[in-house]
Design a protein around this ligand. Structure first.
Ligand code: GLU
Length: 486
């Protein structure tokens, strides 16, 4: 059997991390089994349409590196892959169901449905009462046909068999059984001529030859309805796997209130796509007990849907930050340069050579969590400091500091090879020659050159800034100090 899986989002405007996890697991499953990954857009709920939602969704998938083999804009043998472009197909299959006696027309107004609900106020959900409401079963087929011809609005409902057991084997949860008394006569075709999710989803999974349906747990209650549809059509069922819910740390359903949930927001906050994908892959599954960092190829190799946990997966934002930092530490500097350049440009920092920026990245990458922090953290690498840490100045600037610095400045000026080990030796020898300790001069130097009280290794910083820049900064600071401006 060839493996064909699909990600079937409803375009709600952005890709939720839960959706990304579903897409990723489908992708990993397809790649692991050398199968096909299909993207299908389920947009039959016309009340929830959002402009550019499909483009945004595809953009986010693309950002995450999850490529689909068939889908909108890509083509394939089973298209179109956007449900609103397949309305004829659903109509045709709805009629087949009707002919088979597995579905019936219903003519109730929304007020009448509301009335029906009120009759059972204590029920958590009210099933459609097919025996008392206005439908083909109560008024007869001829009457129903007349009503339809007269232009009355109608829906088509699934005729759920009475009192029987629907069961299926879930690849994660094992056997799932439901009595049909708990299943509503689901609307399959709406009065606007659009199918509901249930009909369109089953018809498409069948026509697109989907072998495995891997989706979020929130769809588990829908699956018995889908099983009934497969059975009514006489079609083979795909395998099902329902992925655990994503939870906040307090075990409530993952919500926006506790932080970002849209993939595009994580991207703009500066998370790397690789770390997001790595993190999301481990929401409910981990191939090993003592490892957290995996490349996409390792994930593909190790992926086993049967090993996914049943219990909800906590979305631990601190762990995500930690993971991002692991990626930051090991990412090739040329890639970080590509990410840094536009960040600097938006802050008006331009004109620096790649080579220089790469050195700055190497110098300071351990001190940032996100590339976007670089202009702030490394500001003194792009221009001389305009402000100087006052407390630090008071603490470390002594009466004789200027006097001590002047000869050192000459030493720096005369240094041919302005590299960190030379600078260290020269400074150390000079200052120890005065009977002082290196740290007594390092603090004032840091202050003059960076304006800050902390930073990366001082001599490494000076080497990258270069002799001219360092000596000018020291001179200017001495002038400011001597003229009493600071
Ligand atoms: N359209 C559904 C969604 O928005 C798809 C559920 C499924 O995969 O069957 O997630």
């Amino acid at each position: 059997m060839s493996i064909r899986v699909r990600f079937a989002p409803s375009p709600t405007g952005f890709l939720h991390v839960g959706g990304l996890r579903t897409a990723l697991y489908n992708y990993l499953y397809a790649k692991h089994h050398k199968g096909t990954f299909v993207l299908r857009i389920e947009d039959t709920d016309r009340t929830r349409l959002v402009e550019n939602a499909v483009e945004n969704l595809i953009k986010s998938l693309h950002w995450a590196g999850i490529d689909f083999d068939e889908g909108p804009g890509k083509g394939g043998d089973f298209g179109p892959y956007i449900q609103s472009e397949r309305l004829q197909v659903y109509m045709e299959f709805a009629n087949i169901l009707h002919e088979k006696g597995a579905a019936y027309y219903a003519f109730d107004t929304s007020e009448e449905i509301e009335e029906m609900r009120k009759r059972n106020p204590l029920e958590s959900f009210t099933k459609y009462d097919r025996h008392t409401m206005k439908n083909e079963l109560t008024i007869g087929s001829d009457e129903a046909k007349k009503l339809i011809e007269s232009g009355v609005s109608y829906v088509m409902r699934l005729k759920v068999p009475e009192n029987s057991i629907v069961s299926f084997e879930d690849m994660i949860r094992g056997k799932v059984e439901v009595n049909t008394s708990e299943i509503d006569d689901q609307v399959l075709m709406k009065s606007d001529g659009y199918p509901t999710y249930h009909l369109a989803n089953v018809v498409d999974d069948h026509l697109m030859q989907i072998s495995h349906v891997i989706r979020g747990e929130e769809w588990l209650p829908s699956t018995p309805k889908h099983i009934l549809l497969y059975e009514a059509f006489g079609w083979d069922k795909p395998m099902f796997a329902h992925l655990p819910l994503l939870l906040n740390p307090d075990k409530t359903k993952l919500s926006k209130r506790q932080g970002s949930v849209a993939v595009e927001d994580f991207a703009s906050e500066g998370y790397f796509s690789d770390s997001i994908v790595n993190f999301v892959a481990l929401l409910g599954w981990n191939p090993s007990s003592d490892r957290e960092i995996y490349s996409i190829d390792e994930l593909i190799n190790a992926f086993e849907i049967e090993k996914v946990n049943k219990g909800g997966a906590v979305f631990d934002r601190a762990k995500l930050e930690w993971m991002n930092f692991q990626y930051l530490k090991q990412m090739p500097v040329t890639e970080l340069y590509q990410l840094l350049k536009p960040v600097l440009e938006t802050q008006g920092i331009t004109g620096f050579q790649q080579d220089y920026l790469e050195k700055v990245i190497e110098l300071l990458r351990e001190r940032i969590k996100f590339i976007k922090e670089m202009p702030e953290i490394a500001g003194y690498m792009f221009s001389a400091p305009g402000e100087f840490d006052k407390d630090y100045l008071e603490k470390h600037w002594k009466e004789n500091t200027v006097e001590i610095l002047k000869p050192l400045l000459d030493i720096y000026r005369d240094t041919i090879d302005f590299n960190h080990s030379n600078l260290y030796e020269l400074t150390k020898n000079y200052i120890e020659g005065l009977g002082m300790k290196l740290k007594e001069i390092i603090h004032p130097i840091r202050l003059m050159i960076t304006g800050k009280s902390a930073g990366a290794g001082m001599f490494e910083t000076m080497e990258i800034l270069g002799k001219d820049e360092c000596t000018v900064r020291i001179e200017k600071f001495i002038q400011l100090k001597e003229s009493g401006k600071i």
